[in-house]
Design a binder for this molecule. Structure first.
Ligand SMILES: Nc1ncnc2c1ncn2[C@@H]1O[C@H](COP(=O)(O)OP(=O)(O)OP(=O)(O)O)[C@@H](O)[C@H]1O
Length: 260
């Protein structure tokens, strides 16, 4: 059975954000000043580690400072989605023209549709005095891997080939690597689980995945944790054990004085 998924999730649709419970970390929303370093912030880590939870807290806590990224897509809007809010909807022709003009910092193709984060969107957000935060998930699967092979997505890092359950699966370099290879200068935060056991508990506890999806995500988590050890890929690795502590560490890193 063909399993389809988006390999790089760089924005959480607003509809998803509204599903999160209200954050309990802070009683009041504050008007914090901009961080000294206003480069885009890339939050990545295995599925289920808590990226979305931390990302949502950051945006809720500092609405005047941070801004979610909006991806481009060639797919049609789904019911309930809003144009230029959930996605920028474009034609395949326009999208491919933008690829040719190096208009994306990362892009991928699934199910016949393309998705990507545009350079212009990031630059516009910075121009409006806000800091863009990208939540990047790395997933792997048959469809995306073949797309990578046939389309030769720039920056893709074919790191391993395994024969698993009769399906060829490749571990590919993720959106983080694509962004590293783009002209965009960013700050990279990797969220790690305290252990694989706890990651599994969170994935199961969330109640959103079927068993085979949980197994694939856990397998992929191992690849991502291995990749996270590569020197220079991330500026900070935060272990999300206690949510409050992990959030504080992330916030302190983001608002820390700029390093030369
Ligand atoms: N520190 C924590 N302690 C306990 N549970 C947590 C913690 N952080 C997050 N969770 C819970 O773990 C589950 C997974 O979190 P979340 O959905 O934010 O992960 P994610 O990394 O965004 O996953 P995906 O990439 O698949 O969207 C959620 O149910 C969330 O409430």
């Amino acid at each position: 059975m063909l399993f389809l998924f988006r390999s790089l999730r760089v924005s959480i649709p607003l509809s998803k954000i509204s599903q999160f419970p209200k954050p309990k970390l802070h009683k009041y929303t504050t008007m914090a000043p901009l961080p000294p370093d206003t480069r885009p912030i890339i939050i990545s880590g295995p599925s289920g580690v808590g990226k979305g939870t931390l990302y949502k807290l950051l945006l809720d806590r500092h609405p005047s400072v941070f801004c979610t990224s909006i991806s481009h897509t060639t797919r049609d809007p789904r019911p309930g989605e809003t144009r230029d809010v959930d996605y920028y909807y474009t034609t395949m022709e326009q999208f491919e023209k933008m690829i040719g003009e190096e208009g994306f910092v990362e892009h991928a193709k699934f199910g016949g549709n393309r998705y990507g984060t545009s350079r212009k969107m990031i630059e516009d957000v910075r121009g409006r005095g806000k800091v863009v935060v990208l939540d990047i998930e790395m997933e792997v699967g048959l469809f995306f891997c073949f797309t990578v092979i046939w389309e030769g997505i720039k920056g893709a890092d074919l790191r391993a080939i395994v024969w698993e359950g009769g399906a060829l699966r490749l571990s590919v370099g993720d959106g983080v690597k694509q962004i590293h290879n783009s002209p965009i200068s960013a700050r990279y935060i990797f969220i790690a689980p305290p252990s694989m056991t706890i990651l599994e508990q969170r994935l199961r506890g969330r109640g959103t995945e079927k068993e085979d999806s949980i197994q694939k995500r856990l397998q992929q988590a191992k690849n991502e944790l291995e990749y996270s050890k590569t020197e220079g890929v991330h500026d900070i690795i935060i272990v999300n054990d206690d949510l409050k502590k992990a959030y504080k560490e992330m916030e302190e890193f983001i608002f820390a004085a700029k390093k030369d």
